[in-house]
Each structure stands twice: as C-alpha cells, then as structure tokens.
Design a protein around this ligand. Structure first.
Ligand SMILES: [Ca+2]
Length: 229
C-alpha cells in the first residue's frame, strides 16, 4: 500500500464524510497486486522447451533450440534474463520453427505481452508473433518483429524488449512465435523472457476522488498524540 500523507483539509473531510472515506477504503482494498504471470518457462531457464510446443511448419525437424548451457557457444552471451535463451535457425538452418504456448484467459480482459528479441550474428532476423483464441481461431494479435541491426560480437548483442497488448475473446489463448528470417548464414534469432499478464486497470476518477477522503484513524490519532505531548 502506498505511503500517504494527508493535508489538514483532507483530514477534515475524513471526519465530515465518513461514508466516502469508507468507500475509499473498500476501493483501495480492491486494487490488484502484481499481476499473475501466465507463461510457463518464458525465460527458458529449465534449459529446454518445457511448457512450450515446438513444431516445424515446413515439415522435418524444428530449427530451434534452447541455448546457454555451460561449455557451449551461447554460454557467455549476455542474456536479458537468466542463463538460457531460445535460438531460431541455429547452425545455418533455414527458418522452420513455430513455438507456441496456450494459457487460460478471461474473455474481454486486456493482456500485456512482453519479450526480448535480437539478431545474434551478422544478418537481420525476424519473427512473427501471434495471439489466437483457441476455440474460435480468431486472431487477437499479429506482429512482425525485425531486428535489422545485428552484430557479430557475441558478447555485445543488443536485445530489444517488445511490448504488445491484446484482448482475449475466450477461455484459452495461444501465443506463438514463428521464425520468418530469410538470412541463415552465421545468424540466429534469439528470444528470451516471454511474459504475459493481465493489464493493470487505470485507477478510476471515482477512486482517486475517494482516495482524498481515505479514513486513517491511526494517523489522526497519531497527530492528536503529538499535539498532546
Ligand atoms: Ca532466460
């Protein structure tokens, strides 16, 4: 709960309008805490694709893997979060990977998707991100993410954080990342720290007005105590 300091006028209002003060207290009690994280293993810190489904849209073997294990090329690559990342098109493979995860949603609720992406190598890399309603197949979000500023220095790969908002239309939503890179030589697409959570609602005007009349009996009592010393 935030630390609040009240003016004399506000304290006077608290005494004059106890109903508004009570309403403010109830409103404050309903303010959501940190929003729950809906993605499992979004940072790939299990060292594998636990929680995810990896398929090959073009058939054959998916061209993606989790990288960062000790003794490997990607061990020393600075990661946005933890020790592991997902790589797309490693070892000069042609783009052929679709990484998906389904999670429970509430229809009509707005969600925020965040993740980090970078081209690790000498050529541009790209990814298509989508959110789809599982039941109706309605597309809730489609974005093409392109990192056209790759760097060859594996210890200096600049990851960018991407943030998108979508509104769920059903009980289950499927998030997907599809490697769409056309360059394959000495370049991988790198994904890390995928997160989805319900958007935090803006405090309503009524709440902000009521906040000015929040009952703080203890604070009033303390002020009176100070006066009496
Ligand atoms: Ca990670």
């Amino acid at each position: 709960m935030p630390c609040l300091v009240y003016s004399e006028a506000t304290l006077r209002n608290m005494r004059l309008f106890p109903a508004a003060a009570a309403a403010a207290f109830l409103a404050l009690g309903s303010v959501p805490a940190a929003q729950a994280q809906l993605i499992t293993n979004g940072s790939f810190e299990t060292g594998d694709f636990t929680g995810w489904t990896l398929t090959a849209p073009n058939g054959g073997t998916p061209a993606a893997s989790v990288a960062g294990a000790p003794g490997t090329y990607f061990q020393n690559v600075p990661k946005p979060d933890g020790s592991f990342i997902s790589t797309f098109g490693g070892e000069n493979q042609t783009a052929n990977a679709l990484l998906t995860q389904t999670f429970a949603t509430v229809s009509g609720t707005e969600y925020v998707l965040r993740f980090f992406y970078a081209a690790g190598g000498e050529q541009a890399q790209s990814l298509q991100v989508q959110a789809v309603d599982v039941l109706t197949s309605a597309t809730l979000l489609t974005q093409d993410v392109v990192d056209s500023t790759p760097v060859a220095d594996v210890l200096n790969i600049p990851f960018d954080e991407y943030t998108y908002v979508f509104t769920a239309t059903g009980e289950n939503t499927r998030l997907s990342f599809r490697d769409t890179s056309t360059n394959t030589t000495s370049t991988d697409g790198l994904l890390d720290n995928v997160r989805v959570s319900a958007a935090v609602p803006e405090p309503s005007a009524a709440f902000l007005l009521a906040l000015g009349a929040l009952p703080m009996g203890a604070l009033i009592a303390r002020r009176r105590t100070r006066r009496s010393v």
